[in-house]
Design a protein around this ligand. Sequence first.
Ligand SMILES: CSC[C@@H](O)[C@@H](O)C(=O)COP(=O)(O)O
Length: 369
Amino acid sequence: MRIDGRDTRTIWLGEDGTAVVVIDQRALPHRFALRTLRSDAEAAEAIADMTVRGAPLIGATGAYGLALAMATDPGDGNLAAAYGRLLVARPTAVNLRWALDRMRAKLAARQPADRRRAAYAEAAAIADEDVATCAAIGEHGAGLIRAAWERAGRSRPVNVLTHCNAGWLATVDWGTALAPIYKAHRAGVPVHVWVDETRPRNQGASLTAYELLAEGVPHTVVVDNVGGHLMQHGKVDLCIVGTDRTTRTGDVCNKVGTYLKALAAQDNGVPFYVALPSSTVDWRISDGVRQIPIEERAADEVALMTGETAAGAIETVRIVPRGSPVANFAFDVTPARLVTGLVTERGICPASEAGLTALFPREEADRAA
Ligand SMILES: CSC[C@@H](O)[C@@H](O)C(=O)COP(=O)(O)O
């Protein structure tokens, strides 16, 4: 997408051809800052501290992390060690394991002397494929927004509610849940986005709002708990969210609070779509609530808030009494029965095993093996 008039991705190769450059998403929306990653340990740290976040971008960063490891030491021992270090950086998004497995399979089949070049080529392929995949998700999903516009007699903008940030910042480019919005907006379909602020890290208020503002898409930031009210009053035509891990049966695991939006959508007859690249499907599992690991992050993410003062300084303040225990579950699972459809790079399907396997027949067989 465009930043200051320039096409920008979220991750790219540095000028020396070895280091990897990412946008430091912790500084947004107040500052556009870059961070240079020079080792697999730095890549793992950037994933863990959420310099980069969002399932597809976590995967691409993991892939480049292995490339950085191969640039230093392409031996078998370092390949295994770097794979292990990167895999544990964040537990929920399955794209990380997907990307690391794909890299390891490519690299293990080669002599160490060939691994550096092969690793950078494969990481670049993963990044490029993510861009094409997200663009395709956008095209398929834009049809849903256009159809809602037609249903409304083209009389008003389509109101879409989204949670967290599943935009271009969460991927290499375009995004998943926001890609249909960008495609529809560029095609002249009037769209307005309700942006859930997404406590505790405020990815909606900070990142989704930043993206939509930059792209000129009308939007309104709302507190997380207002979704049910908006839906009861006919102010939401459809919800579109992302997912960090999808079971083969169509359960989706996304930023905490997604499940409550799906319940409200069901109660109010609002379609609830989940946009995902197939790299987010964990073909090994069938029960999201029982089988998907839910990340628990630091209590300070809940107890403290960071923002810009009137004087332009970035400051952190405490909002919870010292001494009150805090829990910080980062994701929740929305069962397939609450999902109207999955918007993938190959089209839209029911959130079910039959739906996913009809679109991805080989992937299931390959990955279950
Ligand atoms: C296209 S990204 C899909 C998900 O990764 C996104 O919705 C999300 O929940 C991100 O969580 P985060 O904790 O910011 O990595």
